[in-house]
Design a protein. Structure first.
Length: 102
């Protein structure tokens, strides 16, 4: 005769521990998902801008496309490109951190 035994709270049929998700944890998970999506969009936007700019300016900050450009950043092209490059790295790190891969 087999008797069904009661499982202690927090243990499943296979004997694995089962943790309840707290409301704060659910909010944090939602925040991570939203942050991940926003960061993905930010990285894609940055990538598009970087592709547009990086071939147009040389190491000295001079425009090399031969096109007449009316916009010149107040910090100079070299500084702007360096800032864009750093921004890309910051965004990439944040994405990896949110994805648990940092």
């Amino acid at each position: 005769m087999t008797t069904e035994r009661e499982l202690p709270e927090g243990v499943d049929e296979k004997g694995n521990l089962v943790f309840k998700t707290l409301p704060g944890e659910k909010k944090a998970e939602g925040l991570l998902r939203v942050s991940g999506v926003v960061l993905k969009d930010a990285i894609e936007t940055w990538s598009g801008l970087w592709e547009e700019l990086r071939d147009s300016v040389n190491q000295k900050g001079q425009i090399t496309t031969g096109k007449k450009v009316s916009f010149t950043p107040s910090c100079g092209w070299a500084e702007l490109l360096e800032r864009m490059w750093l921004l890309g790295h910051y965004l990439d790190y944040m994405k990896r951190l949110i994805d648990g891969k940092a």
